[in-house]
Each structure stands twice: as structure tokens, then as C-alpha cells.
Design a protein around this ligand. Structure first.
Ligand SMILES: [Zn+2]
Length: 381
């Protein structure tokens, strides 16, 4: 359960939207990655584009495939846009302002460039709101930041399970149906966008539900078929061990699993229990202390301790920022603003890495967490 009323959390998160309208000039740049060759792409009567296969061992980004060595410094969990399901019901008076989302995204990408980040994984699920592969493509083309889009489904409580549950009631093979979707988006592309997903996103409640089990099973089927990593959302200060056990038992490669949101918890024993499963593990809500109340200095201490214990090659860092909220703005209580100040795209680079160094973490170990581990997540190393 959340320790703070969700409405307060949402209110605070919306501050970022308000702050993000500061105009920043952008310099167009050429991304290093390759466009998927368009001549071989085929189009269905419905307009869905089917792209040719990416070469083995490459990673799908919004602008085409790259080699794992091109990833560089990577933030493994950030959202350019996000909305909770139901946003479309408000679309009449609060439609998706794509131009505003683009301007915000450009500013974010310029900040990322200024701090040396080369790649962002945006794990927005298919069934919330805000996954916009063409936006990622445009941002990437204009700024050079590489963006990896995911395919996947969110939790029972905060995704859109009704569509799938209707089929569940008719005894459909849900993991098969879901994995068909995931595999198509990874191998052929997402709808009419001509963008392929590069990873699979799943999420679970504090205790995994039947529906979420189907999503996790589908993710493993899709990983076995495509080789891409699975990135998770845990919905509380627990659930990571259960996710790792479920995915591994279903046949996933532990080294290609990233258990997420582990700094929802301040319990280092919980972190060690996940690491013991051999997966990657992401402290990917750094700065988002309001959600579960774990201060960043406790998280820094835990990371430094785990690195000293030899776990550097399994740990990744990110913020889980939402840089543009779709839907109507929400009034933010001014007194809540300070709680939100560190939830920003450059917090790790500017504040957390120096704090880790002060705790004895070396530059080499930081490079392992920020560069080598994201790469190895895709390589299965
Ligand atoms: Zn997220």
C-alpha cells in the first residue's frame, strides 16, 4: 500500500509538468544509430508497417537498431510521457498536447546530453497512456539521444486488464495472446509507427495476481522468442523476489531481467534477496522519495554497501521521472513542492553519483552501474 494518498502523489508529480514548460533551445544532431532499411518494410491494408528483422545481437531503438556497445551511459527507467488509464475519457477538454510533449522532451534530451547520458529506456506500458514511439523517434532524431521503447502490460490495479480479462472469462490462452502482441512489436514494429520495441515491461501488485501472472508468463514466452530483456515494476516495498522467482521458473534468463523500483524499500535484506536470484536490480526511483518515503541518503547508503559486498555488476540507477503528464493539470499545493525537488532527470548525475563517491564507490564501479550493466542486460551477461 502507498504510504501517501495517491491524489497527493499525483498532485506533486504534476509539478514537473508545470516546471517543464521552461523553453530551451535545442541543437539538432544526428543519432549514431541506423535507420531500419525502409525499402524492405511492408505495409498491411490497415497501414501497420512490418519492418524487416533486426540483425542478431542488436538492440531496437526508436530510430533503428544499434549494437550494445553503442548504448553508453544509460538511464534504464524514465518516461517522456505518461497517463493513467482513463485519461482518454477526459480527452474532450484535456487532449494530448503533443507539441508541448515534444518541447518538454527536447528540453529533457538536451539536459541528458549535457550530463553525458546517451540512452534512455522508456518503459511506458502499452495499456496506460503516453507510450508514443513516434515522439521518441523525433526526439532521438533531433537530439541524438537514443531511446528504447518497450512493449508490455501494466498491473491489475493501474493498467487496463478489463480487455484481457474478458478473454480470460472465455478460457482464452492469455499468455499466448499477450506474447503474440509483444513478439510482433519487437520483431515487426508497433502498429503504424515503424518503431520496434527493444524490451518488455511487466508489473505486479504486492502479491502477484492471476492476471499479472499471465503477463509475466507472456513476457517470458516473448523473451525466449526474441532475446530481449524484461523490465519490471514492483508496486510497493516488496514483490521483487516473487517476480524474479516467477520469471526464472518460467524460463527467463536471469541476466536479462531488471527488477525495478527496489528503492521503494529501505530494507537491504530485501535487496540482497533479489540479487541472490542473479538478476539485474534497479534503484530506479531515485529522487521520488515522496512515493514510499525512503530518503535518498538511505538509498545511497544501501547502494554503497551492496557495491562493497560485490554486487556492482547487478545494480542499475534511474529516476522513473514522468516528464509530461497527459490529461488536465492538477493543482499542486505549494507546501508540497519541496518534496518534489529531486525528482528530475539530472538528479543522479548531479547529486547521487557524488554522494556514492563520498561513500567510497569508485568511478569504475559507477561506470559498471551506468554503462556496463544496461549493456549486459541486453547481452545476457
Ligand atoms: Zn515507470
Amino acid at each position: 500500500m502507498h504510504r501517501f494518498p495517491k491524489i497527493l502523489v499525483v498532485s506533486i508529480l504534476s509539478l514537473l509538468l508545470a516546471l517543464s514548460f521552461i523553453a530551451v533551445a535545442c541543437t539538432p544532431a544526428s543519432p549514431a544509430n541506423q535507420e531500419a532499411p525502409s525499402p524492405a518494410a511492408s505495409t498491411t491494408p490497415e497501414g501497420a508497417v512490418s519492418l524487416p528483422p533486426s540483425p542478431p545481437g542488436t538492440i531496437n531503438t526508436a530510430t533503428g537498431f544499434i549494437s550494445p556497445d553503442q548504448l553508453g551511459t544509460t538511464l534504464v527507467h524514465e518516461h517522456f510521457c505518461f497517463a493513467y488509464p482513463g485519461w482518454f475519457a477526459d480527452d474532450t477538454i484535456a487532449p494530448y498536447n503533443r507539441e508541448a510533449a515534444l518541447q518538454t522532451g527536447l528540453k529533457v534530451c538536451e539536459t541528458l546530453k549535457s550530463i553525458g547520458v546517451k540512452t534512455v529506456i522508456d518503459p511506458t506500458p502499452n495499456d496506460t497512456g503516453g507510450r508514443d514511439p513516434l515522439l521518441y523517434k523525433e526526439l532521438s532524431k533531433r537530439t541524438g539521444i537514443q531511446i528504447i521503447c518497450t512493449t508490455g502490460l501494466y498491473t491489475d490495479a493501474e493498467g487496463s486488464p478489463a480487455y484481457w480479462k474478458t478473454r480470460m472469462a472465455f478460457m482464452a490462452d492469455l499468455p499466448k495472446m499477450m506474447s503474440d502482441l509483444f513478439i510482433k512489436e519487437i520483431t515487426e514494429g508497433i502498429g503504424t509507427t515503424g518503431v520496434k520495441a527493444g524490451a518488455i515491461k511487466v508489473g505486479s501488485s504486492p502479491k502477484m495476481t492471476k492476471y499479472e501472472e499471465a503477463v509475466h508468463e507472456a513476457a517470458v514466452i516473448a523473451q525466449k522468442a526474441t532475446g530481449v530483456p524484461i523490465i519490471t515494476h514492483t508496486d510497493g516495498p516488496s514483490g521483487g523476489v516473487e517476480q524474479a522467482e516467477f520469471l526464472i521458473a518460467a524460463g527467463a534468463d536471469p541476466k536479462k531481467i531488471q527488477i525495478g523500483h527496489v528503492n521503494n524499500s529501505d530494507d537491504i535484506k530485501y535487496h540482497r534477496a533479489i540479487l541472490a536470484k542473479g538478476t539485474k536490480m534497479a534503484f530506479d526511483r531515485i529522487g521520488l522519495t515522496i512515493l514510499y518515503g525512503v530518503p535518498d541518503d538511505i538509498t545511497v547508503q544501501n547502494i554503497a554497501t551492496l557495491v562493497k559486498e560485490g554486487y556492482a555488476n547487478q545494480i542499475e540507477l534511474s529516476h522513473d521521472t514522468v516528464n509530461f503528464w497527459i490529461g488536465r493539470p492538477i493543482e499542486v499545493p505549494p507546501k508540497a513542492m519541496p518534496l518534489f525537488k529531486d525528482w528530475r532527470i539530472d538528479h543522479i548525475s548531479k547529486d547521487i553519483l557524488p554522494a556514492l563517491k563520498a561513500q567510497g564507490v569508485t568511478d569504475e564501479q559507477i561506470n559498471i552501474m551506468m554503462v556496463e550493466n544496461p549493456r549486459n542486460l541486453f547481452l545476457g551477461k
